[in-house]
Design a protein around this ligand. Structure first.
Ligand code: CA
Length: 648
């Protein structure tokens, strides 16, 4: 280190100490257990996090650079605000809970660079995590060149991560769409499969009681979506990285242009036990609604022929049967997938919508997002990418009582994509349409920002299990991973529950399902999605015991409360969710060996009459029993098996 630098550094440190006071650098959670420290060394800002005095994140980089000001080096800590309590409570339209009660302490730390320019980093610390965002002052606009924000894992941490796909890879150049598996207990610094980093959320384990879930939330059209960059071999700091140049179209900027003054999206770290991580609502609590909730969007369940029967079943007579199946189950929706415009046509679709309405079922229609950035041939195409076409289409949908859209194949995380998502959602809200994105990025707070955002894919969902035996083989373990990762932060359109044992139409592809019937039955409760699309056919329904039909009819798509009762990513998961007075408990075994799942029921679920559905003695069969479960419950499950327990 050069002597002049030491002098500069020590002078700045002394000034900062005066400006901030003796405690100008720390911030604690309301319960005092989590402590964040912000400081500057050698001109670089950083933060660290501890819980109960033990390190959760080591010194982790902070910094942002714009076309007008650089705060990634040469900065000093110019001051900090007083610590302020921050509280926010609101009803959540759908998800793991119906009420978000967020209590945190917040503090703003001001950084000043060597040109005298300033920005600040706003930290909020709640009892279940830490979040920060950069605040850029000024007026007009600026381009954000990048962030150095990172997460430095303490020694001994292991990682549960899903790789970011290479842009324009995959089927019909539709990647990236967050459709991959997760690593297990990976050593940080291991390269990812594609060399393109890792998607959010990212799960890290320090020990049995100390876990971190890193994500971001509040990403709207003003910014780009981010992911975790590839690390150097052996390095244990994961840094935020913007979508690269090859996402979306070449002419779309990598660096977002933001209006000033501007607060960036939040970088969030939920931390604590796996139970704490599972229940946390940081993604929702930190996001702000972008327009009012008109109260017309209804969470619900949907039948969907495409998953078991694929493109050729998108014809009038089959869709009519799936509408009738939705009616029989008391489901709110039926999703009609790709090619309906050519294989059914607009006029007969209007006729189907009229018929569905008489049965109390709303139709959801599939669209290709565009023809420019993917080669997917499925239509309707080019109806969602320009305002004129989109509004014309949506006006037709509104006229015929269509309730929502599923838009597929977005192919990137640049600001241009965030703008398109925002525009589709805003236009859809004008026409009362509920929106589901597929072939898409992680929804980052969108369930709060956009009242008509229903759900998003951004997961290697059940469709992949029908495509390939390798994915079918990994499904049991993958489903347990999603409980602790992807589904924690946002609604997830996994499209659960298939009972066919051969997973392509008529078993043609030869893909064999590895999960048991009770494992599959558990998934619609294990996973949350504001619209849950199931993969059952009317023929499957005829094989189910009455108790399973009743369970499907009763289990909603929006919950009042959710708890993790036991589990570990890759091994098993038992989840309890409450709707009104009724609890549903769903468990799956991700491993290929029989085991006993032991857990403690929530107080409201114990010693009540309940129905227990487990795997039956015949392959792919179910059996039901009436029980009164005690607080401490043990359930035997077979290899890749599962169970469902619900209050009478
Ligand atoms: Ca997909």
């Amino acid at each position: 280190m050069k002597p002049s630098f030491i002098l500069l550094f020590s002078t700045c440190a002394a000034l900062a100490a005066v400006a901030c006071g003796p405690d100008g650098r720390t911030l604690s959670s309301p319960d005092g257990r989590i402590v964040v420290t912000v400081d500057v060394a050698q001109g670089h800002a950083f933060y660290s996090v501890s819980r109960d005095g033990k390190p959760m994140l080591d010194d982790s980089p902070l910094g942002i650079a714009t076309s007008a000001a650089d705060f990634t080096g040469g900065v000093l800590l110019a001051g900090s605000s007083p610590v302020r309590p921050f509280a926010r409570s609101f009803d959540l339209h759908a998800g793991k809970t119906s009420r978000v009660d967020y209590r945190a302490n917040e503090r703003e730390f001001t950084l000043e660079n060597d040109r005298g320019q300033r920005c600040s980093v706003l930290f909020r610390v709640s009892d279940d995590g830490v979040a920060f965002a950069y605040r850029l002052p000024g007026e007009g606009t600026t381009q954000v060149l990048g962030e150095t924000s990172g997460f430095a894992l303490p020694r001994g941490a292991t990682a549960f991560l899903s790789p970011m796909a290479r842009a324009k890879s995959g089927w019909a150049r539709t990647n990236p769409s967050y459709e991959d598996h997760y690593t297990h207990d990976m050593t940080p610094g291991t390269p990812s499969e594609y060399g393109a980093g890792w998607v959010l959320p990212a799960l890290f384990r320090l020990d049995d009681d100390r876990w971190l879930l890193v994500s971001e939330t509040g990403v709207g059209p003003e910014y780009t979506a981010s992911h975790l960059a590839e690390t150097a071999p052996g390095e244990s700091t994961y840094r935020i990285e913007f979508a690269p140049a090859d996402h979306n179209l070449p002419q779309d900027d990598v660096c977002p242009t933001v209006p000033l003054p501007f607060t960036t999206p939040w970088r969030s770290v939920a931390l604590g036990s796996l139970e704490t991580l599972f229940e946390n609502t940081l993604a929702q609590a930190l996001a702000e609604p972008r327009y009012p909730d008109r109260g017309v969007y209804r969470p619900g369940r949907a039948t969907w022929s495409w998953l078991p029967l694929k493109d050729e079943a998108t014809v009038f007579d089959v869709q009519k049967r799936f509408v009738e199946m939705a009616h029989r189950l008391g489901y709110e929706y039926c999703l009609v997938d790709a090619l309906w415009d050519t294989q059914i046509g607009y006029d007969r679709m209007a006729e189907l919508s009229d018929y569905a309405r008489t049965l109390g079922v709303g139709l959801l229609l599939w669209y290709n997002s565009n023809g420019d950035w993917n080669d997917a041939p499925q239509s309707p195409r080019d109806r969602m990418n320009t305002p004129e076409a989109r509004r014309q289409e949506m006006e037709w949908m509104q006229r015929h009582g269509i309730k929502g859209i599923k838009v597929d194949f977005f192919g990137g995380d640049k600001q241009a994509a965030m703008r398109l998502y925002d525009e589709i959602l805003r236009d859809a809200d004008r026409y009362g349409l509920y929106v589901n994105f597929h072939g898409t990025t992680l929804p980052r707070g969108w369930d709060v920002m956009y009242p008509n955002f229903a759900t998003g894919e951004a997961v290697m969902g059940m469709e992949y299990v029908t495509f390939d035996q390798h994915n079918a083989d990994l499904q049991p373990q993958h489903c347990t991973d999603l409980v602790f990762t992807r589904n924690v932060t946002a609604p997830m359109d996994f499209t659960p529950l298939m009972l066919n044992t051969r997973l392509a139409p008529d078993g043609r592809s030869g893909v064999e399902r590895r999960t048991t019937a009770a494992f599959e039955l558990a998934l619609p409760v294990l996973f949350t999605s504001s619209v849950t699309h199931i993969g059952l056919t009317p023929e499957n329904l005829a094989t189910l015991p009455d108790e399973a039909i009743r369970y499907l009819a009763l289990a909603p798509a929006a919950w009042d409360e959710s708890r993790l009762l036991s589990g570990y990513p890759g091994r098993d998961a038992v989840v309890a969710r409450r709707s009104g007075e009724r609890w549903f408990v769903a468990g799956i075994n991700g491993e290929n060996r029989a085991k006993t799942l032991s857990f403690t029921l929530p107080a409201g679920a114990e010693n009540r009459p309940a129905v227990l559905i487990t795997d039956g003695p015949q392959p792919n069969s179910l059996q039901a029993a009436r029980i009164t479960a005690s607080a401490r419950t043990e359930i035997e499950v077979g290899a890749h098996g599962g169970f469902v327990l619900y209050g009478e």
